[in-house]
Structure formats: structure tokens, C-alpha cells
Design a protein around this ligand. Structure first.
Ligand code: FAD
Length: 298
């Protein structure tokens, strides 16, 4: 791997990291330790998720605003249409703008009644993700990223429908798509080819999920419309009680995936960090992305 990127410039890759609002004081400490560690790698941006049904509205804001205030990183705030009126969403957006935040990850969100049920928009709210992107655009000049699903969203009947949805979001003003996680790189390449064939030119950034806890990821994947190849399951087979080996296997699997994408020319990666720095730090290190201090010493 080292031979691939012998320089430690870190400039060839645009990296972003995703965090979620922690629930306990202990998890909060872990989040900020991870944020600080990854800050040294000068990511392109870092994003903070928005809890289902808007349940983390205040916490997401507090973390995003603190990143804007206390770090050199550019934060992006996830925002969904769920359970909020347009007025409420606009109020959230104004507060972000005032806090110096300039990037929103705009999503429809899952129905409050649960994944797999029909999404009923708030009568006074934004009806879809493209509608939300439109609303954000009208309010302020935010940079807007959106989601996309290389294996199809669970509600989608075909990949073409996913591409239609992506196109609608781009037409409304989105300038970057971040993918749902996937483990088979060919799935991503096929999706990318289809998108490019349609004239979609915005970056479609692969979302990379290191598998810390196989059972949890497999459950999540089943709901999210992401497949877990048999070879991935086999790698974690028999390791439920062996955390140390699991972590090594997870890191190896994620590194192989990222290196495979990098070899094929991918230069942007979005990491689902699970609020932990260690694994993604190691993956980035192998990509040649190094902390500022090491660069200055060089
Ligand atoms: P959309 O773009 O709105 O739609 C997804 C797909 O559903 C479309 O591709 C299309 O195929 C189909 N579809 C949707 N509406 C229609 C329609 N009217 N007619 C036909 N087909 C339709 N959830 C959170 O709650 N908080 C977060 O912070 C969060 N962050 C995320 C970040 C990323 C990178 C990703 C990939 C997902 C994230 N999600 C988050 C999950 C997301 O909210 C759910 O997957 C939700 O069900 C869809 O919202 P969306 O904006 O991703 O999809």
C-alpha cells in the first residue's frame, strides 16, 4: 500500500468524517477526543447527524457550532424534513448561518413510524429531500450535500428511481452526494457509471463504514438497503467474543476497500466514524494522509 502513495502530502484525497450526537457523558468525551485526533488530518469537512424524527435538534446544533468555534474544521450539519414545519427548519438554518456554519447535509429522513413505513410529510413541512434542498437554497447560500443509494433505497423500485431522486436534488441545488455504505466496490462503480451516463457530474463520494460490530452493521444494512456480501460475513464468523481480532479484521476489510477505490481513481472518501478515530485514522494514514505536525517536520 505504501508504494501507492509514497508522499505524505495528503493533498490528493478529500476526506470527510461523520459523527453522531452522543447520549452519555462518557460518549461525549470519546466524541471530542476523536474530533481532536481527526482534526490533525485536516479533513475537507466533518458532518454531524440529525437524530430520527429531529430528536437531536439541539445536540446536533451544539456539536456543529462547537466544531465551528473551536476547531479549524468546516462542519456540515445533517438536517431532515421529518416532524418539522418549514418555519422550524428555516429557524434551524438561520441559527446555523449565524453560528458560521455554511454546509448542510439535506435529507428527507425516515418516517417517525419507522423504516419501511410510508413517509407522510408534515403538512406545513418540506415534502421531500429535493424540496428541502430548494428551501435551503432560497434561504441562504449554504453548500448542500445529499445522500444517494448505490444499491437502491429500500423505498425505491429501481436504481433509475434513485438516480431520478438524485437528479431532482441536484436540480434543486445540491453539489455533492454521499453514498450509503456498501462493501462491494463494483456496486459503487456500476452506480457511478450509470450516474455519469446520465450526465450527473457532481462528486458521488463513497461512504465507508468500518465494521466494528458485525451484527449491528448487518442489522443496519438490512434496513438501509445495503447488502453484506457472504465473504464479509465469513470474515467475521466466529469472532463475536473476540473484540481484538474483530477490530483487526474490520480495519483490514475497510483498508482493502478504500485502497481498491483509490487504485481505481477515487479521491474523495466519507467515513462513518461511529465517533471513534482509531480505525479511520489508520486508514487515512495508509492513504498517505498525515497530521500537520509530521508534514511541518518533513
Ligand atoms: P431521498 O433522496 O429523499 O429518497 C431516497 C430514495 O427513495 C430515492 O432515491 C427514491 O428512490 C425513493 N423515493 C423517495 N421519495 C420518493 C417519491 N416521492 N417517489 C418515488 N421514490 C421516492 N437519517 C437521519 O434521520 N438523520 C441523518 O443525519 C441521516 N444522515 C444520512 C446520511 C447519509 C449519507 C445517508 C446515505 C443517509 C442518511 N440518513 C439520515 C438516512 C435517510 O434519512 C433515510 O435513508 C431516508 O429514508 C431517506 O432520506 P434521503 O434524503 O436519504 O432520501
Amino acid at each position: 500500500f505504501n508504494a501507492l502513495h509514497p508522499t505524505a502530502s495528503g493533498t490528493r484525497f478529500n476526506i470527510s468524517y461523520e459523527f453522531f450526537p452522543p447520549k452519555t457523558a462518557e460518549m461525549e468525551t470519546q466524541l471530542w477526543a476523536s474530533v481532536k485526533r481527526l482534526e490533525a488530518l485536516r479533513p475537507h469537512f466533518v458532518s454531524v447527524t440529525y437524530g430520527a424524527g429531529g430528536s437531536t435538534r439541539e445536540r446536533t446544533h451544539a456539536i456543529v457550532a462547537r466544531i465551528a468555534r473551536e476547531t479549524i474544521m468546516k462542519p456540515a450539519a445533517h438536517l431532515t424534513c421529518v416532524s418539522s414545519s418549514k418555519e422550524e427548519i428555516d429557524e434551524i438554518l438561520r441559527a446555523y448561518w449565524e453560528a458560521g456554519v455554511r454546509h448542510i447535509v439535506a435529507l428527507r429522513g425516515d418516517p417517525p413510524t419507522g423504516v419501511g413505513t410510508v413517509f407522510e410529510p408534515n403538512p406545513k413541512g418540506y415534502a421531500s429531500s429535493s424540496d428541502l434542498v430548494n428551501g435551503i437554497r432560497r434561504l441562504h447560500d449554504f453548500e448542500i450535500s445529499v445522500s444517494t443509494y448505490p444499491e437502491g433505497h429500500p423505498e425505491s423500485r429501481s436504481i433509475e428511481q434513485d438516480l431520478d431522486a438524485l437528479q431532482a436534488k441536484i436540480d434543486a441545488g445540491a453539489t455533492r452526494a454521499i453514498t450509503q455504505f456498501f462493501f462491494d466496490n463494483d456496486v459503487y462503480f456500476r452506480f457511478l457509471d450509470k450516474a455519469r451516463a446520465r450526465g450527473i457530474t457532481i462528486p458521488i463520494v463513497p461512504g465507508i463504514m468500518p465494521i466494528r460490530n458485525f451484527k449491528q452493521v448487518a442489522n443496519f444494512a438490512a434496513k438501509a438497503g445495503a447488502s453484506v456480501p457472504r465473504w464479509v460475513a465469513e470474515r467475521f464468523d466466529g469472532l463475536d467474543e473476540d473484540q481484538e481480532t474483530r477490530a483487526l479484521v474490520a480495519a483490514t476489510t475497510a483498508v482493502e476497500q478504500v485502497m481498491g477505490l483509490a487504485r481505481a481513481g477515487v479521491e474523495e472518501f466519507h467515513f462513518y466514524t461511529n465517533n471513534r478515530a482509531d480505525m479511520v485514522f489508520a486508514i487515512c494514514h495508509l492513504l498517505g494522509v498525515r497530521p500537520l505536525r509530521e508534514k511541518a517536520d518533513a
